[in-house]
Design a protein around this ligand. Sequence first.
Ligand SMILES: [Zn+2]
Length: 260
Amino acid sequence: MATTEVKCKLCGMHYSKEEMSDEHYPARSVGNEDIVALDIVKMIDSFQSEEMRNDVLKRLSTGESTDNVLGDIFDTKLSKSIYPTGRTARTLCRKCNTFLGKYDAAYLKFFLLDGEPKKIKGFKESTKLQIIKSIFGKFLSVPEAKNEEFDFLNFLKDESETKYSGKWRLYFVKRDFSTDLLGLNDIGTGKITFDEGIVYELSDDKFIFNLMNFEKHSCFLMTNIFAILNRNYVLVKGVGNDGGYHAQILMMRLFQNMYG
Ligand SMILES: [Zn+2]
């Protein structure tokens, strides 16, 4: 049986599908374990249903917290497990995936410390660069970016490279109540196109990342990933009232599910 040749997005070599890596995006350790999808049609129906409303009111009257009730409804009635072992892609060969794994180890340190500037400033510059490269690297596996020819491959391939001067910008925010619908930290990926260019999104349990080929709109407050190299970088938390790129991408995806 003939196997399909797949091109590795980092080294550019061709491999059979079986030789590719099945890499996690984001890494399994940062929340990519059992991915569930929110069923928005069902959600709207249920919140209009008398039965559900009575059920919720009854539980609230017994002193159960709103978070608890909503969380339970979400888990048992509104979500479906779409990637029970985490979401993976086959865009990298095993060698490149192992190589990028070193960067992911650095990113995990950043993740575990919640990106707190006071702690991150103590990291070595080389570790900070690995963190930056880890996140750029994850975008290679984003399905919406499948046909994108990224210009940061050499920046990733060369461990000692400290500068990237291509056209892509990478911004991020720390998740908070403003980023998560019903407290659900959705880690889906997405893409949205503006007159100025393209925005890709990738997120994990704690952070939301947008990779884009233009300077971000000044109304959306986000941290540039290269800012973590500075001792006093400022970590933006949440997406503010307008929801930023994240809200637009999330809504777009939910409505695609609804009509698609
Ligand atoms: Zn490769």
